[in-house]
Design a protein around this ligand. Sequence first.
Ligand code: DAK
Length: 260
Amino acid sequence: MGYQYVLYEEVDHVAWVTVNREKALNAINADVLKELQEVFGAISQNQEIRVAVITGAGDKAFIAGADIAAMAQMTPDQAAAFCLLGHKTMSQIQDCRVPVIASVNGFCLGGGLELALSCDFIYASNKAKLGLPEVNLSLFPGFGGTQRLTQLVGPGRAKEIIFSARLLSAEEAREWGIVNKITAPEALKTEVAKTAQEIASKGPVAVSLAKRVINKGLAQTLDNGLKIERDHFTDCFRAEDLKEGLTAFLEKRRPRFQGR
Ligand code: DAK
């Protein structure tokens, strides 16, 4: 796959996706969004892939936000189209068939944090800064941040982050439940790869179903969420991998999952 703003690599069942606009701190314009949609659409279709990782090029930024220069030229109608494109892209990442890890290697601001929040979880370098500083520009988060951050940390913390435009250190972001793990900058890729490999070694059908059930249940009552769990639980029993997982346990060997 060849893209203008996205680098793509597959290593041992893991897709590594890098937003590659280093000079603009990987700021997201419409072309970046379209390319990410294409990439994540392809990842969902590719049965060889079991985990995806998204990061930013260089050592300064994950993504420093939506492209401010591009937004400065937009009419309200164009802004609405940009917002919709952003929503579709973030939803495609959230709904990706495989787990997606955000590897936050620096500034993770505005649309960049919104993108990271559409991933399944975030690992960050201890040098990273995270925030939704849109109100500095007289904007508010338009790629899902008002909703996803609130789901993750609750309304009080989400409102403080959005209203104040304050940037959180990686340590604060971890305390607030936004970041799962912090590493030294030079160790980030290795730590992310380790977790990606750990996940990739598990039953891919089960991991994928677990992701779907968790996400579908997010906006539901507990009873409805449990129904979603019951509905999808039987899907494990329709897959060949379950027999392999159970047999391998009984034969005291490692399972060889096929992803079907
Ligand atoms: N967009 C475009 N270019 C950016 C950028 C961005 N978000 N962030 C940085 N750059 C560019 C800079 O302009 C500079 O370009 P040159 O001058 O070299 O050509 C280059 O990247 C390096 O940046 P700096 O020179 O500023 O580097 P510093 O180390 O001094 O500062 C910084 C790093 C991250 C603190 C600073 O660059 C900064 O504050 N950047 C802006 C951060 C920010 O405000 N992010 C939020 C953007 S707003 C919506 C849809 C989406 C959104 C809202 C509504 N609807 C359609 C309704 C989302 C909005 C956002 O994300």
